[in-house]
Structure formats: structure tokens, C-alpha cells
Design a protein around this ligand. Structure first.
Ligand code: BMA
Length: 841
């Protein structure tokens, strides 16, 4: 594995590329071989245009040979694609100067997955791991002038079936897939389709160099002395380089130090002291200044052989595992903090069509919802460099799983272990400098498949520890020694709590567990606009229509499983009706499922934040989607915020006001919870009304809000009011102001919302416009609960949504349409509704 890509191909004429002018004889050169390729089924002469990086499905779609697999049930009729072998090819030009270099390599940063490579007709190599960077010596095979490269991808199912025949691996996922180092959820998951890709999914090109090149740069930080950070930059090289030069540049461009170090046994080490360091902090705790480390490999007469650039953050960041005295928690620069976030899954089944812009928006939306952490879950692929760059810039702390999930693995096979070792080394070296990485984690949920010995359900603990704790752990400890490593999730004191969704229990059981909750979740349907992208109008008569249920994968991990989606749909509907009422129509069902999901996740999240430090993390399942579907996500495939995402913005607020109700005692304990770095003073106002909105009682108190603490500040005794008005007729409205500005509000009830006999709230919206930006003020005569707005036919992002409005307490939201709208068009498109509108009256 080499450092981050520095492709520098020059285009001369269509389809002809070369690099290396021959003048800077000693410097490493890279020639990009991405771009326009051709692809055909093996044995066919009918080549179609292909794009590299890319995959076979997107190439076939672009050539109109494959209808959109996301439309209705097209997934089923798309299966032929993965049953075939596909040949990718292109020609390219190699200049004599390039061939004159000492070493000329073909470098493939990602081949998905069983590939045979040919250069000018001769077989070069076979590969079997999509997560590795493969490099091959091609100096002898290359010709001066035109060359032909051809990569054939074999279908993977016959391979894994043959392996399974020899020895079956107990699994929750696709049978046999664990034999192949390929994105596990590509075979289907309980939220994603079975669309098995192949192709050149990352950069490909030639690398030519003389003498030596960089192999790795490890930056070690010493924070022990106050007021300074000592950096030790360890450079490793391949070949015989005399020296390395290292330069450290401050966030605003000032050069802090340039040091040269000689190599000894393939390693050079330079030290730079950073005085008055600007520390990198998680989002909400401070800024994210990024320093630059520039490393140059030098010849004896100071000519550059190779160079690389890395952005780092000065910080310590730990994942402290659970002990009998403390719960698992994160610590940044010595400050323990509550991790607030979600679980990230691949954001597209066809990963190569993700753009940097899409990734940026996903990460900005995490910060917009007051998150400071994300878990990059183990069933996907090692995420893009760009994604980590964004997390570095935004202060999102990453729990980074190695890509092993929900199945046993053939740890008894030494070849498999060697393959995995190379994969781990590639990805550790690629990613380890990112300040956002809080912890490397060996696997997702494989501890549940661990037993004394192998059986038809489990793998042996010896093999489990050999693979996850030792093989992966040893690589992590060697290559990223300052980042914590844990064997698995939940195998380090974190909690995956599935009693609600998979166990059929009510949301209240969230209050029975504590700790660092790294998975828990409840599903909802996507909103109408998203449903319309994959369905015909007739599919939208019920969430039990065949096409709606096609999108429900709980209990149906991959296509061949004979389950039509009814089990999962029933699970959503059961809690919708338990907490709310029967929605009156299809659209109301979609929205009410989202309100139910948000209601439940909020219930858990607030409880855990309230009891910090007993609980120190809430990372819900799941943040995003891989295609338009019903799922646990808070944001759908198109990035549309579900009700949960808007609610997360509130329940993850830096300073939270919340209430814990006790129905039996008729009390509400009021809490303020702070993730701020400084203490502050607040004013907490509470108002008790009936469901018609009439005030029964109110009060206010000044509260001290200490940094990183949660405090019970008051107990409201409402037994008399409950007695008089009825438990289903009492609402407790909370508002917290700091420095005169509202920072958090909340609503506490003593019964499930289904028991409220709501009056028509007469919800009304007033629109104001300034320079293309809109504000909408929602007002109501009676409580409008979970009031939300949307624009017909136009996407919009709101400052808040699914809010509670009542007489005398209007709510103003800013709304940014995705496309420019006149005020008249905005008003025409605007729709406002609340819980009341989802029921038949
Ligand atoms: C957990 C995750 C995923 C899965 C989710 C919902 O086990 O790790 O594998 O999608 O639950 O079942």
C-alpha cells in the first residue's frame, strides 16, 4: 500500500495517456489509467463504454442495457448481471521515458473482486480482495507506444458456493460470502438489495520511479508538556533512499519546522516541536484546526524521489473501554465527552457514484443534527479518503470497524489470514493520520458467533481471537499505535440493544439499559417523494403493497429468502398503533411511522444523556440508507431528513432540557444536560396545559448548567392536576433559555400520544421571504403536535420540523428550498400538517 493518490496523467489525444516527461529523471511519476474503458460479457465482442472507477451495473445502466435496479422490483430482474464474467479493457500509451525508469508498476487501488489482469495479452495476476491495493511489476510487459490492459471479473457466487461446499460457515448473512473479501452488504442486508457488483472501483494507474519511494508516514504526537506538542514523523521507504525531509505547516500556512533525517534500516525519523498548539476538538467542543505534514524522499544530492502530504489534527483522542468502575467512553484532549451520533452504512449500493458533494452533505447534516460521532459500521467497505477528510474538518469522531460483520470467518485458513493482514495494513496506512479516527474496531457483532468450539452455529473462540484480537489488533497496534483498538462491537463494553425492533418490546425498555449504546433502532418508511422514485401510483395504496414490502428487508437479508417484508412492516405498524393511532391513509402512514421512530429513539437518547456519566454514548442505528427503502435510518437515500433527524437535532442539542415522567407518582423530574465546555446559567420555564392548550399551571426557575454534566434541577408534582384533568389531558411544555436565547424545548406526557383526544389545532402558516430564503411561522389555536411542513414537488431543508405548536407559542422555522422559488410559488407549494391530520376524524 502506498500513500494517498497523486495521479498526474496527461491527456494527449482521446484514449491516449502518458506521464513522465523524462526531464525530472528521479521523481516518481504516476499515470492515471482511469476514465474511459470498455466492457463486455466474457466471450462476447460487443463492448460498451465503461467508466473507471465504476462498476458493471452503472456501466450497463449508462449503456441502456440495464433498467434502474432501484425501480420497483427490478432488483430481481437484474440478477443476471452478477452471474456473468465481465471483461474491462482499454489501450494506453507508454512513453519511452516512462519505460526507462527503474521500476514501473501497475497500481490498482480497488478491484471488485475476483479479477484476472492481462497486459498486452499476457496474464499478469489474479486478485481476490476488493479492499487491498494491488501493485504489479509491469516493466517487462509494457511496450513503448500503445499497450492493452484487460481485466476480467469472474462471478463470485460460484466461488463462494464451492467454498461453502467444502466447509459451511455459520452465518446471519449471505451463505459463503465470508470466504470472499468483498463488501459484505453487497450481497444484501436487512436494509439493502442483493446487487452484487464487480469492476475497477478505485483508481488505477502506472507508477514509475527510480531508487526508492515512500512506503508510509506515521505521525506520533506527544502532548505531555503543557503548551506544546512534540511531533515525531516516522518515514518508511521502499528501496534505498538516503534521507527524508519533513515539513510541518500550521493551519494558516506558517512553516513550523523543516527537518531532514537519514534512513537507517528503511526508516527515517524527524522531530518537530509545535509551540502554542491549536488543538483539534470534536464538534461542539472547539475548533478543528488542521496542520500539514509534507514528506519528501531525497537523493544524496537533495533531489526529490517521492513526496506526500497529510493533514493532521493535534489532539489526543481515546476510546476508554468499560471497567467495573466506568462505562465505555471517548476522551478528547483529556476531556471525557458523551458520544452523540449514528451508524454510517455505505451510502449507495453502487459506491462509485457517490460524489464528494453528496458525502459532504451527509457529514454536514450530522453536525447540523448536533452529532459529534459516527460509527463506520463493519458490513460495508473501508470508506473513502474524502469522507475522513470531511470528518477531520467537521469534528466528527469516527468509530471505525474493520469490514467484518455478522458471520463467522475462515480464520482457520492461513491464506485467508494473510490476505486480511495485507488488507488491514493497506487501510491502516491509508487512514491512520486522520484526527477524526477515535477507535479501530475488529468487527461488528461477531462475538455473538463465538463459542468454545466450531459448531453449525458458531466459530471457535480461538479462531475468533486469532483473527480479530490478534491479526487485526497486531496490525493496528503496530501501524496506528496512538489510536485505540478494540476487538469488536459490542465486545469492548459498548451495547447493541435490539429488544425493541428484534425483540418486540416497547420503547420504555430503553430505560433499562445503560452504557455506551452503539446500536439501537426502529424502522420507518421513507417520505412520499422518496417512495415515488421507486413505485407506480398503484403501489402506493398501502404499505403492504408488494412493492412497498419489497423495500422491507428486516428478516430477509438477501433476495432468495422467502419472506415478503410483512414481518417488518407489521413491526412498524404495531408500534405506530401502540403509541399513536391508525393513520388515515397511505401518506399519513409514512409520516406517522417517521414520527413513531423519532419518538422512540428520542426516548432512549434523552434517557442516556440525562444519566451521564452512567451512560456515555448514544449512536443510533442507522444514520443513512444505501437505496430508497424502509429502514432504521434518520436520513433516506436521497439525503432527505426523516422526522428522526430533525428530532435528533433537538435531543442532541448542546444543552438539553428534558423531563422524566413518573405516572404513578404524578411527577416529572426536570433535567438539564450539557455538552458544552463552559458552565452557563439558564432559565427554565415550564407550562402545564390540557390537550386543548389551556394553561393549568406554570413556573420558571434559574438553573446552573455546568459543563459536561447532567443535573436534575426540579421535580414537578402534578398528581392533583392529573387527578383533576385526567392523565390523558395533561401536557408539560419545557423551555430552556441561555443568555436570553432559547436553546432547547421539550414536551412531556404521562400517556402514549394515542390517548390524547386532540382538538383541531387550526394550524396556520405565515411566510416571510428575504433574498430567496424563507421563514415560516406556525401558529395554532390548540396544540398542534409534531407539526411539520413540506413543499409539494420541491425538496427543502428546514431549521426544524416536527415541532410542537400551541396557542401563544408560535414556532418560526427557516426553510431553504432546493431550487429558487418566488414567494407565491413557495406559498403554493407549502403544506403544513400535524399529528391531528394523520388521523381520520
Ligand atoms: C445490527 C447491525 C446490522 C443490522 C442491524 C439491524 O446487527 O450491526 O447488521 O442491519 O442490526 O438488524
Amino acid at each position: 500500500m502506498k500513500l494517498a493518490m497523486r495521479w498526474c496523467g496527461l491527456v494527449l489525444a482521446a484514449g491516449v495517456w502518458f506521464g513522465g516527461s523524462g526531464t525530472a529523471a528521479a521523481k516518481l511519476v504516476q499515470v492515471d489509467l482511469g476514465g474511459a474503458w470498455q466492457v463486455a460479457e466474457a466471450g462476447s465482442a460487443e463492448f460498451i463504454p465503461a467508466t473507471v472507477p465504476g462498476c458493471i451495473h452503472t456501466d450497463l445502466m449508462a449503456a441502456h442495457k440495464l433498467p434502474d435496479p432501484f425501480w420497483r422490483d427490478n432488483e430481481a430482474s437484474s440478477q443476471w448481471v452478477s452471474d456473468k464474467a465481465w471483461v474491462y479493457r482499454r489501450s494506453f500509451f507508454a512513453a519511452p521515458a516512462l519505460l526507462a525508469r527503474e521500476h514501473v508498476l501497475l497500481r490498482c487501488e480497488g478491484l471488485d473482486t475476483l479479477a484476472t489482469l492481462k497486459l498486452n495479452g499476457a496474464e499478469l495476476a489474479r486478485t481476490d480482495n476488493m479492499f487491498r491495493t494491488w501493485e504489479f511489476d509491469v516493466k517487462k510487459l509494457l511496450k513503448s507506444g500503445s499497450n492493452e490492459i484487460e481485466i476480467t471479473f469472474e462471478p463470485v457466487l460460484p466461488f463462494i458456493r464451492a467454498q461453502e461446499k467444502r466447509r459451511k460457515l455459520p452465518t446471519w448473512a449471505y451463505p459463503g460470502a465470508a470466504y470472499l473479501r468483498k463488501e459484505p452488504c453487497n450481497f444484501g442486508w436487512d436494509w439493502g438489495p442483493t446487487l452484487i457488483t464487480c469492476g475497477i472501483w478505485k483508481n488505477i494507474g502506472l507508477v514509475a520511479f527510480d531508487t526508492a519511494r515512500l512506503d508510509g508516514v506515521l505521525v506520533l504526537q506527544d502532548h505531555k508538556q503543557p503548551g506544546q506538542v512534540g511531533l515525531e514523523i516516522q518515514v518508511t521507504a521502499e528501496g534505498d533512499a538516503p534521507a527524508a525531509q519533513v515539513q510541518v505547516v500550521a493551519p494558516h500556512g506558517e512553516i513550523l519546522g523543516t527537518e531532514k533525517a537519514a534512513f537507517s534500516k528503511g526508516k527515517a525519523s524527524a522531530k518537530v516541536m509545535v509551540a502554542k498548539p491549536q488543538l483539534w476538538w470534536p464538534a461542539g467542543m472547539g475548533k478543528q484546526p488542521l496542520y500539514t505534514v509534507k514528506t519528501t524522499l531525497l537523493t544524496a544530492d537533495n533531489k526529490t524521489l517521492d513526496s506526500s502530504t497529510q493533514r493532521i489534527g493535534l489532539r489526543t483522542l481515546q476510546a476508554v473501554q468499560q471497567t467495573k468502575d466506568t462505562t465505555m467512553h471517548f476522551v478528547a484532549n483529556g476531556v471525557p465527552f458523551f458520544a452523540k451520533g449514528g451508524n454510517w452504512i455505505p451510502a449507495d449500493q453502487f459506491a462509485t457514484r457517490l460524489t464528494k458533494e453528496r458525502l459532504r452533505r451527509y457529514m454536514e447534516d450530522a453536525v447540523a443534527a448536533n452529532m459529534n460521532s459516527l460509527r463506520f459500521w463493519g458490513g460495508g467497505y473501508y470508506e473513502e479518503d474524502e469522507l475522513f477528510d470531511l470528518c477531520d474538518e467537521l469534528g466528527l469522531c469516527i468509530w471505525l470497524d474493520f469490514k467484518f460483520s455478522c458471520t463467522t470467518y475462515p480464520a482457520f485458513d492461513d491464506q485467508f489470514l494473510a490476505n486480511v493482514t495485507a488488507e488491514a495494513r493497506d487501510n491502516l496506512k491509508r487512514l491512520r493520520h486522520h484526527p477524526s479516527i477515535a477507535v479501530w474496531c475488529g468487527n461488528n457483532e461477531i462475538m455473538f458467533f463465538r463459542d468454545k468450539t466450531w459448531s453449525d452455529k458458531k466459530m471457535s473462540e480461538d479462531d475468533y481471537y486469532k483473527l480479530f484480537r490478534d491479526t487485526l489488533g497486531n496490525q493496528a497496534r503496530e501501524l496506528a499505535p496512538q489510536t485505540d483498538f478494540v476487538t469488536g462491537s459490542p465486545d469492548c463494553g459498548d451495547v447493541h440493544f435490539w429488544e425493541v425492533w428484534h425483540g418486540g418490546k416497547p420503547f420504555e425498555v430503553y430505560r433499562n439499559i445503560h452504557g455506551f449504546v452503539s446500536e439501537f433502532g426502529f424502522q420507518s418508511f421513507p417520505e412520499p417523494k422518496t417512495v415515488a422514485t421507486f413505485s407506480e401510483p398503484a403501489d402506493r395504496n398501502s404499505v403492504y403493497s408488494r412493492i412497498m414490502m419489497w423495500r422491507m428487508r428486516s428478516n430477509r437479508m438477501y433476495m432468495d429468502v422467502k419472506e415478503d417484508g410483512k414481518i417488518g412492516t407489521d413491526k412498524i405498524m404495531k408500534l405506530v398503533k401502540q403509541y399513536f393511532r391508525d393513520p388515515k391513509d397511505f401518506e399519513s402512514t409514512l409520516w406517522l411511522s417517521q414520527i413513531t421512530q423519532g419518538y422512540g429513539i428520542k426516548y432512549g437518547a434523552e434517557g442516556w444523556r440525562r444519566e451521564m456519566p452512567k451512560s456515555m454514548g448514544c449512536v443510533y442505528w442507522q444514520y443513512n440508507d444505501t437505496w430508497p427503502c424502509s429502514s432504521w435510518s434518520s436520513m433516506d437515500y436521497f439525503g432527505r431528513w426523516k422526522a428522526l433527524h430533525y428530532m435528533a437535532k433537538n435531543f442532541y442539542a448542546p444543552v438539553l432540557v428534558s423531563g422524566a415522567e413518573d405516572m404513578k407518582a404524578g411527577t416529572v423530574d426536570l433535567f438539564v444536560t450539557s455538552d458544552r465546555m463552559e458552565d452557563c446559567q439558564g432559565r427554565l420555564t415550564w407550562t402545564v396545559t390540557d390537550v386543548a392548550g389551556q394553561t393549568i399551571k406554570q413556573g420558571a426557575l434559574d438553573v446552573a448548567v455546568p459543563a459536561h454534566k447532567s443535573l436534575k434541577v426540579e421535580t414537578l408534582k402534578l398528581a392533583d392536576e392529573i387527578q383533576k384533568h385526567g392523565k390523558n389531558n395533561v401536557l408539560v411544555w419545557l423551555k430552556l433559555e441561555v443568555g436570553g436565547a432559547a436553546v432547547s424545548d421539550n414536551l412531556v406526557t404521562f400517556v402514549y400520544p394515542r390517548e390524547f383526544n386532540l382538538a383541531d389545532p387550526q394550524l396556520a402558516a405565515t411566510v416571510a421571504e428575504a433574498h430567496g430564503a424563507f421563514t415560516v411561522t406556525l401558529a395554532a389555536e390548540h396544540p398542534a403536535l409534531w407539526a411539520w411542513l413540506e413543499l409539494d414537488g420541491v425538496d427543502a431543508r428546514c431549521s426544524g420540523n416536527f415541532v410542537h405548536v400551541t396557542k401563544g407559542a408560535p414556532v418560526t422555522l427557516s426553510v431553504q428550498p432546493a431550487q429558487p422559488l418566488s414567494k407565491a410559488a413557495f406559498q403554493k407549494a407549502l403544506r403544513v400538517r400535524s399529528l391531528f391530520d394523520t388521523y381520520a376524524h
